[in-house]
Design a protein around this ligand. Structure first.
Ligand code: GAR
Length: 208
């Protein structure tokens, strides 16, 4: 399976995917391209170090959103990938891309959806919200992307304990280590091995 990984920042989820392809935990998968909207994203350096092609495409370089959306879709199409992986990608995915890649785009979100998700909840803001509400358990969700924000079929979730002295930063790190870096690679492997069925907006994981 050929995948594109879309990133905006540090790229620790990208690194987890690279590492688990290397170790064989993700089967039958090759990263064809890493796409960033931010040319300074450390994720692009991680791609370069792993010998993976990196490209930058930003809405800022286009006069209108429609022009960006068109260019982004053309760029993605040119790699002929089977799956698009959003690994901390902070740009809204063009609706025409979502319609073209139905159940072929997955996202990692740093909470247990439907908590702390939707418009405005991304990155540290998700963990700030969890701490402000005083939840005792949070986690991460890997899901298919549909036309809503964080509303697509849920593939995997993993819970993570919140500690009394957590800051948004310490909680973010624990959610990454104990959930994101585990479930995103696992979801990619399940898709690569054809172990996932989507019916009526719900995911069924088939026996190995
Ligand atoms: C991750 O925590 C990811 O779950 C989050 O951004 C971070 C990216 O980190 N994504 C979202 O909030 C999407 N709504 P990374 O660049 O180190 O992988």
């Amino acid at each position: 399976m050929k995948i594109a990984v879309c990133v905006s920042g540090g790229g620790t989820n990208l690194q987890a995917i690279i590492d688990k392809i290397g170790s064989g935990e993700i089967h039958n998968t090759e990263i064809a391209v890493v796409i960033s909207n931010n040319k300074n994203a450390y994720a692009l350096e991680r791609a370069a170090k792993a010998g993976i092609e990196g490209v930058c495409i930003s809405p800022r370089d286009y006069e209108t959103r429609d022009e960006f959306n068109k260019a982004f879709l053309e760029k993605l199409d040119s790699y002929n990938v089977d799956l698009v992986v959003l690994a901390g990608f902070l740009v809204v995915i063009p609706p025409e891309m979502i319609r073209k890649y139905v159940n072929r785009i997955i996202n990692i979100h740093p909470s247990l959806i439907p908590s702390f998700c939707g418009t405005g909840y991304y990155g540290l803001k998700v963990h700030e919200g969890a701490l402000a509400r005083g939840v005792k358990v949070t986690g991460a969700t890997c899901h298919f992307v549909d036309e809503g924000t964080d509303t697509g079929p849920i593939i995997l979730q993993k819970a993570v304990e919140v500690l009394d002295d957590d800051t948004p930063e310490t909680l973010q790190r624990r959610v990454m280590e104990q959930a994101e870096w585990i479930i995103m690679p696992r979801a990619i492997d399940l898709i690569a091995r054809n172990r996932i069925e989507v019916t009526d907006g719900k995911v069924k994981i088939l026996e190995a």
